[in-house]
Design a binder for this molecule. Structure first.
Ligand code: 5GP
Length: 204
């Protein structure tokens, strides 16, 4: 299965002025759900599949959520300049595929990057017209509760993610990479807010 449009497949509606959309937020904030909802709501939107060295979980689909690669393969991709940006997150590496993103933008697509704050800063520097959205939890106790309810990690890991989330939120506010902060209290409302913001940015 090919989850991403291939280079030789141009849609008749494609133009040459795509938009790069960055969506970030701490783990457990619902950002993947919001990202995928935006992808479905906007015609021609495509999700950029990052390469990562982190192990695949049972919930991950290779080539849809990530391309899972070895450390050696990641090193090779870095050396070959294949990443638009890459960063270390929780001790593992993640990178955005440069050529694929550029090709989709050339075709006029909305290209969605679900990346961390370091990645967002790097992308904004290279593509100042990128639109950045940061998803916030309603408050800290709710974030902690959501991290626990995912049942993905033990309490020590959950506390690490929680501390990291607090730092990430502070950095996001200061770094200037985000055009919009959306608080995810009620999921449907957060999705509407994100979709409406992207639609109005596309109309500009
Ligand atoms: P997870 O392992 O939970 O899927 O993702 C961990 C973090 O890595 C999330 O904040 C996610 O947004 C970020 N991430 C995923 N792909 C990339 C990427 O290509 N570049 C950067 N900088 N961060 C990424």
């Amino acid at each position: 299965m090919s989850p991403q449009p291939t280079a030789d497949h141009r849609l008749p509606t494609d133009t040459d002025n795509g938009l790069l959309l960055i969506i970030s937020g701490p783990s457990g904030v619902g950002k993947t759900t919001i990202t995928r909802a935006v992808e479905r709501a906007i015609p021609g939107a495509v999700f950029s599949v990052s390469a990562t060295t982190r192990p695949r979980t049972p919930a991950d689909v290779e080539g849809v959520d990530y391309r899972f690669v070895s450390d050696e393969e990641f090193d090779r991709m870095v050396a070959a300049g294949e990443f638009l940006e890459y960063a270390g997150v929780f001790g593992k590496r993640y990178g955005t595929p440069r050529a694929w993103v550029q090709e989709q933008l050339r075709r006029g697509r909305l290209v969605i990057l679900e990346i961390d704050v370091q990645g967002a800063v790097s992308v904004k520097r290279q593509v100042p017209g990128a639109f950045g959205i940061f998803i916030l939890p309603p408050d800290e106790p709710t974030l902690l509760e959501r991290l626990r309810s995912r049942k993905r990690e033990n309490e020590e890991k959950i506390q690490q993610r929680f501390a990291e989330a607090r730092r990430e939120i502070a950095t996001a506010r200061d770094c200037g990479a985000y055009d919009l902060f959306i608080t995810n209290s009620v999921l449907e409302r957060a999705i509407d807010e994100a979709v409406n913001a992207v639609r109005s940015r596309l109309r500009r």
